[in-house]
Write a protein that binds this ligand. Sequence first.
Ligand SMILES: Nc1ncnc2c1ncn2[C@@H]1O[C@H](COP(=O)(O)OP(=O)(O)OP(=O)(O)O)[C@@H](O)[C@H]1O
Ligand SMILES: [Mg+2]
Length: 198
Amino acid sequence: MEIIGLTGGIASGKSTVSEQFAQHGWAIVDADAIAHQLTAIGGKALPLIQEAFGVDYLQSDGSLNRRKLGRLVFANPALLETLNGIMQPLIRQRIAEKFDQAATAGQPYVVLDAPTLFEQGYQDDCDQVVVVSIDLGTQLQRLQQRDGFSLAEARQRVASQMPLKEKVARADWVIDNSGSWQATWLQVAWLIDHFSMI
Ligand SMILES: Nc1ncnc2c1ncn2[C@@H]1O[C@H](COP(=O)(O)OP(=O)(O)OP(=O)(O)O)[C@@H](O)[C@H]1O
Ligand SMILES: [Mg+2]
């Protein structure tokens, strides 16, 4: 089984690209979706987050107040580290389980969609790494539009990540998603053909 890592900046278009891989029938392991499940009610991470950050970050129904916790940790690197210390080992464990499941199911390709792929060292588990790149102006615009952030909030989220340039420099393959849907679709179609041939 070939493991293809997929990463990039926030709102650069990872989910858009992974959707195309999924439509081609490849298995997707989505690190963000795993994080979401872990922090949902009944998820393994929720009690640990409550212990570390207090009930102030839960809603009255016991679910996580994601926006409030996001605002806190993205403005405070030490607290982001605390949250990562809770989340990353649990995410790593789930990713390993999902890789095992895909291998058992006989999947020839599995795509690991992970925003912090390089930061967490997952490139060592991947046969190829694809980075979805975007120009900063378009990234900030799409981020504001999708998540309702102010320009300052969007800038803060981008600044809290490894610079996209650095990810591009470490990539085996780069998809430029600064243009139209069609332009990106063509690049991904080419990549799927290319991977299928090697
Ligand atoms: N080529 C495109 N043209 C116009 N809009 C796009 C294009 N690609 C993605 N978008 C939009 O930009 C936003 C971000 O895309 P997407 O969710 O795929 O990024 P992401 O990298 O997965 O984001 P995140 O880091 O939050 O997981 C979405 O609202 C999506 O609909
Ligand atoms: Mg995404």
